[in-house]
Design a protein around this ligand. Sequence first.
Ligand SMILES: NC(=O)c1ccc[n+]([C@@H]2O[C@H](COP(=O)([O-])OP(=O)(O)OC[C@H]3O[C@@H](n4cnc5c(N)ncnc54)[C@H](OP(=O)(O)O)[C@@H]3O)[C@@H](O)[C@H]2O)c1
Length: 269
Amino acid sequence: MSLPPLLLIGCGKMGGAMLAGWLEKGLPPETVVVEPHAGAVAAFAGRVRHVASIAEIPADFVPAAVILATKPQEAPNALPALAHLVRPETVFLSIMAGKTVAGLQALLGGAPHIVRAMPNTPAAVRLGFTVACPGPGVTAAQRELCDTLLSAVGEAAWVERESLIDPVTAVSGGGPAYVFLLAEVMEKAAISQGLPPDLARRMARATVAGSGALLAASTEDASTLRINVTSPKGTTERALAVLMRPEAWPALMEEAIKAATARSRELAG
Ligand SMILES: NC(=O)c1ccc[n+]([C@@H]2O[C@H](COP(=O)([O-])OP(=O)(O)OC[C@H]3O[C@@H](n4cnc5c(N)ncnc54)[C@H](OP(=O)(O)O)[C@@H]3O)[C@@H](O)[C@H]2O)c1
């Protein structure tokens, strides 16, 4: 499958991962990349057309999708400069955290077709999870194109109500941080039980990564996989009796996700 012309605005961590995913999937697009740092696009030399600023986008370039992947705080500068690209045939796919469809529309002007998406950092290894929401006017073909672009770095799913992007941000957007925290605290606890720091670090990392891979490869629920490790009256059961106290992980995760969802609502604009 080949892609129509694409315009990528911002080739940092997330934009660069997406671009790498598109190229890896054998979807060689006619792509223009706007990115101030030449080093960020060096890996893609010869495969995309790189310009350093929006003003340098070739005047005759008509993209089918404009992927907005700068930091959200750059949006007020960048988006008005893209107003000339607003037309029904072009979809704007934004991955900028907190930037609502209405906010993007106001910055772009006119009646842009916008898809708002929230990816997560495992996209860097093509194991991301992105949830997207279509704004007004987005056609089935534009939705399919965005799905293809997002699926190149992992799984993609869609919601129809934009307000759901707030809990999505809390769960999958921030989720990798919670899992990394698990590796951190497991490492510290291992050290406090007398294990050498280097071994503790390797064990914590490999256990989190290996469990994630097992979960990904299995059709079983996470709870079944957990029960499979838990022998009656054994050591894991003893540990889970601590972690699963009503006031421990179940309540804390609920509270954490609620707090992050509320913060996402506060930041939206
Ligand atoms: N990383 C995540 O976990 C994650 C998850 C979900 C969503 N997102 C969203 O993804 C977006 C990108 O995040 P990131 O982590 O990839 O950021 P990043 O690494 O800072 O990448 C953004 C890139 O865009 C460049 N840039 C700045 N102004 C530009 C302009 N006017 N035109 C073109 N490029 C410009 C930046 O250059 P300078 O460094 O000079 O500014 C930088 O190289 C953010 O909006 C973020 O909310 C990120």
